[in-house]
Design a protein. Structure first.
Length: 199
């Protein structure tokens, strides 16, 4: 696991240095998608319009990073509500569709509360949505033949009520600061606040 965690961290640092991470007409972040939720229902990005979203990509067999991050997102959403901000949906998109069936996603996201939605899909559907959000993921074999883990980037994407990209932030950002920004105006707009959220 040391190599896997190191790769995740390295990729996160590398992506922060890429100009593609600046949303622009030439390099937009986000967009439409079609996936399957934890109840086996086909959904699109429009299915979640009406509430802001915290969007995160990972996989259910992740031993530490994904559960830690999802628990953190639930706390951030709770902080936002306590500050008088809008109710948020947390959406967890699998980067391991071969193993993450709807039933497995349902059992997993239920551990984090009713406002966490699990989405999976075909490999092509997952490739399409991860491409739109510039998310890195890669299968890494280990142990016995056929066993593998998934390396993946760990950014959280904030979407507005219409599903449009607002901002993204990394794992080490202060929860209270993020919640305050979201409650005040869906992520804030100052370059200084944006830069702080990328750590």
């Amino acid at each position: 696991m040391g190599r896997t965690l190191w790769t995740v961290a390295w990729v996160g640092i590398a992506l922060l240095a890429l100009p593609a991470w600046s949303a622009s007409p030439a390099n937009p972040i986000g967009g439409g998608f079609t996936l399957v939720d934890q109840d086996g229902k086909v959904v699109t990005d429009r299915s979640f319009h009406g509430r802001p979203v915290l969007l995160y990509f990972g996989f259910t067999a992740c031993p530490d990073v994904c559960p830690t991050d999802l628990a953190r997102l639930v706390r951030i959403a709770q902080r936002v509500r306590a500050l008088g901000g809008p109710p948020l949906k947390t959406i967890f998109v699998s980067v391991d569709p071969a193993r993450d069936t709807p039933s497995k996603m349902k059992a997993y996201v239920s551990l984090f509360g009713p406002d966490v939605i699990g989405l999976t899909g075909t490999p092509a559907q997952i490739a399409a949505v991860t491409d739109r959000y510039h998310v890195y993921y890669q299968k890494v074999p280990y142990g016995k033949q056929g066993q593998y883990m998934m390396d993946h980037s760990t950014f959280v994407f904030l979407l507005d009520r219409e599903g449009r990209y607002v901002d993204h932030f990394g794992r080490t950002v202060d929860e209270a600061a993020v919640a305050g920004d979201i409650a005040a105006g869906l992520g804030g707009t100052s370059p200084r606040a944006h830069a702080a959220r990328q750590r």
